[in-house]
Design a protein around this ligand. Structure first.
Ligand code: NAP
Length: 335
């Protein structure tokens, strides 16, 4: 096979001090091992990809490594009898673009546990508009429903709402009959979030949350992408038996809270780890995303499509909070 293009992250050097990324041509033999080889058609940009490619976060477990925690494409070689050559698949999580070469490349090798047959109801492009962002929002919905979250308990507060995970959380919860209050620091995203189904869009400065361990109940539950102070405050305003799904750390990994909401209101703090989701649940949720949970405004969520050569610039934009919704990466020309 001829050499192919990949966006490859290299070890930090003493001169630069952090990992650095190049668009370069590599050979198949340079890829990390896996029993399935995929011709990648699309990927998408997630917060983790932006941290990895810009060197702002220590994401890669080894160097050099192709970035991209998501990929969708066609199988060109398989040692797993259940995955056939010519089959359309998506690859996400289970260390993709972190421990193994990822989807910002024309070809990738994957381990079967990270490979999901393309769900009915999605094409390769739609699967990557969703990407890990859509999957994680679905995982949050799944965990909260499993723990008895119900619309009459009150509105769901979604933080970091204009981002990838936030945009899909707003859609999925509103489609399931929940009132959604979206928190966004972007004034220009108000109309966008209303279109996706938010009943209210509120800037963080106007939330009016208190700082005592228990405050008046305002929310039935919370989907949190930012961590830190906002998460702590939102906990204190959560309804009896409400759920808080802790997804991200866009603001901070810190959580300085008391146990009072948990022990006096029965509030549950639920974690999600898209990367470590068991394969069976991964396949189940992806299938739901192609069917009954398919976001109604999937195309509206896509705000930009870039070629592989422009993915670095898009990652910088994401890091500087200049992105609303999702950025799709078109890996193969002419798709
Ligand atoms: N647990 C998991 O499995 C999992 C999976 C995927 C992602 N994540 C995490 O979830 C978070 C969101 O990921 P994403 O891919 O949706 O990223 P994204 O598209 O960049 O969205 C993050 C959003 O958070 C808000 N934000 C950014 N910087 C902030 C800051 N300093 N303070 C407060 N808010 C800030 C912005 O929303 P507004 O401008 O609208 O406020 C931004 O659009 C990230 O922390 C990511 O690492 C976790």
């Amino acid at each position: 096979m001829n050499p192919f293009w990949a966006l490859r992250v290299h070890e930090p050097t003493s001169g630069i001090g952090h990992a650095y990324t190049n668009l370069e041509q590599i050979k198949l033999e340079q890829l990390t091992q896996g029993d399935v080889t995929v011709e990648v058609h699309y990927s998408g940009i997630n917060f983790k990809d932006a941290l990895a490619t810009t060197g702002r976060g220590k994401i890669m477990k080894r160097y050099p490594l192709n970035a991209g925690i998501d990929a969708a494409g066609i199988v060109i070689e398989s040692r797993n009898p259940q995955i056939k050559v010519g089959q359309k698949v998506l690859v996400a999580g289970a260390g993709t673009g972190e421990s193994f070469d990822g989807g910002f490349a024309e070809i990738m090798r994957a381990n079967s546990e990270s490979v999901v047959p393309l769900p009915e109801g999605l094409d390769l492009r739609e699967a990557m508009i969703l990407g890990t962002a859509g999957f994680t929002a679905a995982l949050a919905l799944h965990r909260m429903l499993e723990n008895h979250q119900k619309p009459p308990m009150g509105p769901i507060l979604v933080t970091g709402a204009s981002g990838g995970v936030g945009s899909f959380a707003v859609q999925l919860f509103s489609q399931m009959g929940f009132a959604v209050h979206a928190v966004s620091g972007k004034h220009e995203a108000i109309r966008y979030l209303e279109t996706l189904g938010a009943e209210k869009v509120i800037p963080p400065s106007e939330l009016g949350l208190g700082s005592r361990p228990l405050e008046s109940v305002k929310y039935g539950g919370v989907v949190d992408n930012v961590g830190g102070k906002l998460l702590t405050q939102a906990m204190a305003h959560t309804q009896l038996w409400g759920n808080i799904c802790c997804i991200g750390l866009a603001d901070s990994p810190d959580l300085h809270a008391t146990v009072l909401p948990l022990i006096l209101r029965g509030v549950s703090l639920l974690g999600v780890s898209s990367n470590n989701t068991p394969h069976e649940l991964r396949v189940k949720l992806w299938n739901k995303l192609g069917q009954e949970w398919k976001p109604r405004h999937l195309e509206r969520t896509l705000t930009r499509t870039v070629e592989l050569k422009d993915a670095m610039e898009a990652c910088e934009d994401l890091m500087h909070r200049r992105v609303t919704g999702r950025i799709l990466v078109r890996i193969r020309q002419g798709e």
